[in-house]
Write a protein that binds this ligand. Structure first.
Ligand SMILES: Cc1ncc(C[n+]2csc(CCOP(=O)(O)OP(=O)(O)O)c2C)c(N)n1
Length: 319
């Protein structure tokens, strides 16, 4: 598998920083009451969306979950319209009707976030089936958490994807928690990847390291693109914050949360880039300034955008 060069490494770093700063900003504006509904942030998990989506073309498909901001940003969603959607504004991708948990952008292959756990898995599998049937060459990436792998949709989807050798990569970000329940009390197997054996497809485990994920995801995407079938990739990831913004996660031990934070995929990558002289102090600052500016512009765009009109309330409803 091709090793990423300097330009690619800095791009991976910048995208991870973008996701983290967007999530931090969202926590701030949500807590200030500017965003309706619920949001779930992916702080601590930024390496996976960035590393995996770096192998995708704009035309490739991607499905995500309730914790989907990072996936959408990594797949290339426009930050301003993303922000407007979360603010419930008309200029958002779904005219302010979906918010965080159902945001979609079909033009970028973003099939949508899903408030239903496991809901995106058959959608992604269907997209992979369509791509195969129409011979378009598109690959689909399907993101979900370990909690979703207890759903029937996961098992049915992997079964048919394997039988039909569909061009799809199933990516499980295993952060050890499904809402307030630790993995060991809801799953009999230690690894999600072990579940791949039941469907005769490769189950690959990787740590929360952007370059390791990049390598394994590259192999899986190539396998899918060559028509060799699906892969189940499990990243041993880490959730720093509560299940949703506002959850004080009193059910977690301080030691365990600190352990999750110590597994900081961005700080570790930054250290490595500095050590290898890919990035210096000035480079780090430049990335930070650029990201900060783009986020400020997106938030201002969202704030200045209009709410949909009351008369649009029943639009797009099938009654
Ligand atoms: C079908 C369904 N069951 C239960 C829920 C409630 N729920 C929302 S998120 C969640 C946990 C999901 O855990 P996981 O799949 O590991 O994703 P993570 O939150 O860790 O990213 C649950 C049970 C739901 N939204 N949909």
């Amino acid at each position: 598998m091709r090793k990423p060069g300097k330009k690619k490494l800095i791009q991976l770093y910048e995208r991870m920083v973008t996701i983290r700063r967007v999530e931090e900003k969202l926590m701030e504006v949500f807590s200030a009451g500017e965003i309706p509904g619920f949001i779930h942030v992916c702080i601590g998990q930024e390496a996976t969306p960035v590393a995996v989506c770096s192998w995708l073309k704009d035309s490739d498909y991607m499905s995500t979950t309730h914790r989907g901001h990072g996936h959408a940003l990594a797949k290339g969603i426009d930050l301003k319209r993303f922000m407007a959607e979360l603010f419930g504004k008309r200029e958002g991708f779904c005219r302010g009707r979906s918010g965080s948990m159902h945001i979609a952008d079909p033009k970028m292959g973003i099939l949508g976030a899903n408030g239903i756990v496991g809901g995106g898995i058959p959608i992604a599998t269907g997209a992979a089936f369509a791509a195969r049937y129409k011979k378009t060459g598109q690959v689909t990436v399907c993101f979900f958490g370990e909690g979703a792998t207890n759903e029937g949709t996961f098992h049915e989807s992997l079964n048919i994807a394997s039988i039909r050798k569909l061009p799809i990569v199933y990516v499980c970000e295993n952060n050890g928690w499904a809402e307030f329940t630790p993995q060991e009390t809801h799953m009999p197997t230690k690894n999600v990847a072990d579940r791949a054996k039941a469907y005769d497809l490769p189950g690959v485990i990787v740590s929360n390291d952007v370059l390791k994920i990049h390598e394994k995801a590259g192999e899986a995407v190539e396998r899918a693109r060559k028509g060799k079938g699906p892969t189940l990739l499990e990243v041993k990831s880490s959730r720093w914050h509560g299940h949703f913004v506002g959850d004080a996660q009193k059910y977690r031990l301080e030691k365990e949360v600190n352990g999750a934070k110590a597994m900081d995929c961005i700080a570790n990558f930054q250290k490595r880039l500095v050590r290898d002289k890919m990035l210096g102090k000035r480079g780090i600052q430049k990335v930070a300034d650029n990201v900060y500016q783009r986020i400020e512009e997106a938030v201002n765009f969202a704030r200045e955008s209009q709410f949909p009109d009351e008369s649009e309330l029943m639009d797009d409803l099938y009654v």
